[in-house]
Design a protein around this ligand. Structure first.
Ligand SMILES: Cc1cc2nc3c(=O)[nH]c(=O)nc-3n(C[C@H](O)[C@H](O)[C@H](O)COP(=O)(O)OP(=O)(O)OC[C@H]3O[C@@H](n4cnc5c(N)ncnc54)[C@H](O)[C@@H]3O)c2cc1C
Length: 401
């Protein structure tokens, strides 16, 4: 009853499942999960299809995380190609859809079943319906305090996730209590903006480039009332705070000069045409969007012949460098990932051990950093778990079969 496990894996989401599935058979390991089933968040990923990773160049991949220098050795140690190999060689068929990797079944449940089968093959036991409320650090072991029993181990892998989507089990309660954490914040979420000029564009999508400080983000922006969302906004949300400004280029593939030239050519051909009609024709942007910009600049009834040069410049400015203010970010409870968690400065990124207590390993979303949309967060869950397991398995360079 009061045995001391070699390793306890606490929390069986993507990171914990990977860790437990890859701890050597000879290690006396136990998994503990508060839900009645493992991988509840994993089941929701990729709209139920599970975007496991992607085919990015590994150098580019590292840049998609909020802390590239911390993440570099972790991702290089078990990169996306190794992840693809790991699943494929162990019998999980995959499919590549425009560089995003999914299980061939396009069902997340296949991934959960894959891990469960591999854990069973290793003979590692799982305790379900057990919430750990505290961690006590004795000299020769750690004690995890459950609802009505305690579990002892020599090493602990903390894989309890972040604090978003708490209905999946990851509520951040344990790590807030037991570790020094960076404040939880919503990541990969929508952004509410202060400006109201786009409110009526609800449902419209445009491919844009966003600039924020020294970073650029490309992708689809979706207007959602007084909020903006879509992949480009979700990626931006990993960096911005309330009251920050960012700049949107709604036509990233055409220069200011080229836009001017196109509109001047139209003016020569059709001087009596309304500016907004001509702009819609030459710029190939949705009518409602051009109307919103023209409305804001009082250009709705202006003809090409009457368009003043300063108004054309203002229009191009609104189109190519539209400055918007972050009013707030979407709610943490509905965010795809959690920014914040156990501080990267407290973790050794070669092994995922806590610098202050090398018996404790931290993996997955419990770690402070987050990645972009497109398989980067599951990749980090797997890569960080690999690091910890590799160390615990005794510095082996390959994941055990
Ligand atoms: C809707 C949605 C879609 C997503 N889609 C993708 C995608 O397609 N690709 C991608 O890369 N990322 C995606 N993500 C992000 C990704 O799911 C997470 O980053 C990843 O699942 C984190 O894995 P984890 O194992 O660290 O944490 P979690 O998956 O959150 O697992 C933590 C586990 O620990 C358990 N636990 C927590 N506290 C305790 C405790 N005190 N005692 C016992 N057990 C505890 C929880 O019940 C949970 O099972 C998505 C996220 C969401 C919400």
């Amino acid at each position: 009853m009061n045995q001391i496990y070699d390793v306890i894996v606490l929390g069986l989401g993507a990171a914990g499942l990977f860790a437990l599935a890859n701890l050597d058979k000879g290690i006396n390991a136990l998994g503990i999960e508060k839900n009645a089933a493992v991988g509840r968040k994993l089941l929701l990923t990729g709209g139920g299809r599970c975007n496991l990773t992607n085919t990015d160049n590994v150098k580019e991949m590292v840049k998609a995380y909020t802390d590239p220098s911390f993440v570099r050795p972790i991702i290089y140690g078990f990169n996306n190609l190794k992840t693809i190999d790991y699943f494929a060689q162990n019998g999980l068929e995959l499919v590549d859809q425009n560089g995003k990797i999914y299980p061939k079944t396009e069902r997340s449940s296949t991934v959960v079943s894959f891990f469960r089968a591999r854990i069973a093959k290793k003979g590692h036991r799982i305790v379900y319906n057990e919430t750990i409320h505290d961690i006590m650090r004795d000299e020769d072991h750690l004690t995890l305090v459950g609802s009505d029993r305690k579990y002892k181990c020599r090493s602990l892998i903390v894989a309890t996730g972040g604090a978003s989507y708490p209905q999946t089990g990851s509520d951040g309660a344990l790590i807030s209590k037991c570790f020094e954490i960076a404040k939880f914040e919503a990541g990969l979420c929508s952004i509410n903006i202060s400006e109201e000029k786009f409110v009526k564009l609800n449902g419209l999508t445009i491919d844009v480039m966003i600039k924020y400080q020294k970073r650029s983000f490309f992708g689809s922006l979706l207007f959602a009332g007084s909020a903006l969302t879509g992949p480009v906004i979700m990626n931006l949300s990993n960096y911005v705070q309330s009251n920050d400004y960012f700049s949107v280029d709604f036509l990233p593939n055409i220069s200011n000069e080229a836009i001017k030239a196109l509109l001047l050519e139209k003016t020569m051909q059709h001087p009596k045409r309304r500016f907004k009609t001509a702009a819609h024709e030459v710029l190939n942007l949705p009518d409602s969007f051009i109307n919103a910009l023209c409305n804001q600049l009082d250009l709705l009834d202006v003809t090409l012949a009457n368009l003043k040069s300063k108004d054309l410049n203002k229009f191009i400015d609104a189109l190519k460098a539209c400055k918007l203010k972050v009013k707030s970010k979407g709610a943490l409870s509905k965010a795809t990932v959690t920014i914040g968690g156990i501080k990267t400065t407290d973790i050794d990124n070669k092994t995922m051990q806590l610098k202050a207590d090398d018996r404790v390993y931290v993996v997955g979303e419990a770690v402070e950093l987050v990645g972009a949309c497109g398989g980067y967060n599951l990749q980090f869950a797997f890569s960080s778990a690999f690091r910890a397991v590799e160390h615990l398995n005794g510095e082996k360079k390959v994941v055990s079969k």
